[in-house]
Design a protein around this ligand. Structure first.
Ligand SMILES: Cc1cc2nc3c(=O)[nH]c(=O)nc-3n(C[C@H](O)[C@H](O)[C@H](O)COP(=O)(O)O)c2cc1C
Length: 394
């Protein structure tokens, strides 16, 4: 049993948001001193699987999903856990409190979570302040790619939403390696309507225009990705992917949390909000498969949703994803999942023939495995049975 498995029952005795806050504090503490960072990097060595996507050098294919570190308070500590990228945010233009508590619930029997946080954010200026204080990488240190996920202010009406995303693009472009446009959270009223035909084209055009206007100043083209909901039907997904690729986005992220609740066992299953982890696993994989097929490698695809073990990560890569991201799996499995998923993603990518895809996008650089021994995809272990986490008193 690793230390996280021993600590988890303690974490699970306090309400989820309090446990999360304590975890972030610990990560901020680890990240504050180079000596500590070095010790943790040695404990959780990053899997070497370098890949260039959107013109960015990712150290490996596993990232932290948005929402874990919304304000960038723990990113220097998170970086020591072996992630190839960290997606901070969702950040909104101004500070806002989010929804009333309680707003996060464990679905222990389903190895999932429900959250209806509603973008609590300290605002873009606070995020920038933190990033500029700690950015310079030490020589030779593992350097994760830093994405920032952006969202509109709760009060901003949909017809003005493009203004918020434009402003955030302008403010954050100098501080991010990529931006992720979040129009798929179920917890900000009407947000997901931005995925519909009425708004999507104009919204993305405005963000990309703002981004293009910064190329000369920044000396680089900031990749812009869009994050998609799993609760769309096949026709909506096809239309959305078509619109986004035609508009010129650099990549897609699939998926956000689901409002679906089919077959759940946990006490809190009827709480409102978005479900993640186990309850999202199959749905999210199906959406990733559909998007990958529709994309045919024209832009890279990041898969997120229900990755709880190595086999889940491998399944997403086999389905056509280029990168994977973790959130709920980290809560149930701890940091060891990062390395497990990265090894599995590396093996899975090695086993998939992407030759057709590579030539189409020119962006997927396949790298042969090196260093750590990689398990064959078919032999990847599933995580512990749900009974190990069978505690949803809170
Ligand atoms: C507590 C919590 C907060 C989240 N906050 C955000 C967010 O601010 N922005 C966002 O794009 N996704 C957010 N997400 C969604 C995750 O990034 C991810 O898409 C989703 O949880 C599915 O991945 P998972 O099953 O590995 O958790 C959040 C998820 C959780 C559980």
């Amino acid at each position: 049993m690793d230390w996280y498995s021993r600590l988890r029952p303690l974490f699970f005795c306090v309400p989820p948001e309090a446990a999360h806050g304590a975890g972030l504090k610990l990560l901020a503490w680890i990240g504050a001193k180079e000596r500590r960072r070095e010790r943790w990097r040695r404990r959780w060595p990053a899997v070497e699987d370098p890949v260039t996507l959107f013109g960015l050098p990712f150290p490996n294919r596993v990232g932290l999903a948005a929402g874990y570190d919304k304000d960038g308070v723990g990113w220097r500590g998170l970086e020591t856990l072996g992630f190839g990228h960290l997606e901070l945010g969702t950040v909104t233009p101004e500070a806002q409190p989010g929804n009333a508590r309680p707003r996060v619930f464990r679905l222990s029997k389903d190895r999932g979570l429900i959250n209806r946080l509603g973008f609590p954010s300290q605002g873009a200026a606070a995020m920038i302040d933190r990033l500029t204080r700690g950015r310079s990488p030490e020589a030779g240190s593992h350097r994760a790619i830093l994405g920032i996920n952006i969202g509109k202010q709760k009060e901003t009406p949909l017809r003005d939403a493009a203004r918020d995303y434009r402003l955030l693009t302008r403010m954050l472009a100098p501080h991010a390696d990529y931006l992720a446009v979040n129009i798929s959270s179920p917890n900000t009223p009407e947000l997901r309507e931005l995925q519909g035909a009425t708004f999507l084209g104009r919204l993305v055009d405005e963000v990309l225009e703002e981004r293009d206007g910064q190329i000369a100043t920044l000396g680089r083209k900031l990749p812009v990705l869009v994050k998609i909901s799993p609760d769309l039907d096949a026709a909506e997904i096809d239309r959305m992917v078509g619109t986004l690729v035609d508009a010129g986005v650099d990549g897609l992220i699939a998926t956000n949390t689901t409002v679906g609740r089919r077959g759940l066992l946990s006490r809190h299953r009827d709480q409102g909000g978005g479900a993640s982890g186990g309850p999202l696993r199959d749905l999210s994989l199906r959406v990733v498969e559909q998007i990958a097929e529709r994309l045919a490698g024209r832009v890279p695809l990041v898969a997120v949703g229900g990755i709880l073990d190595a086999a889940d990560a491998a399944d997403r890569i086999t389905a056509g994803a280029d990168l994977v991201q973790l959130y709920t799996g980290l809560i149930y499995r701890g940091p060891r999942l990062v390395q497990e998923a990265a090894l599995a993603a590396r093996s899975a990518f090695g086993a998939v023939d992407r030759t057709g895809f590579d030539s189409a996008s020119g962006s997927v650089a396949k790298t042969p495995p090196q260093g750590e021994s990689a398990a064959p995809v078919g032999s990847l272990a599933r995580a512990e049975p749900a009974s190990e986490f069978d505690n949803d008193r809170r």
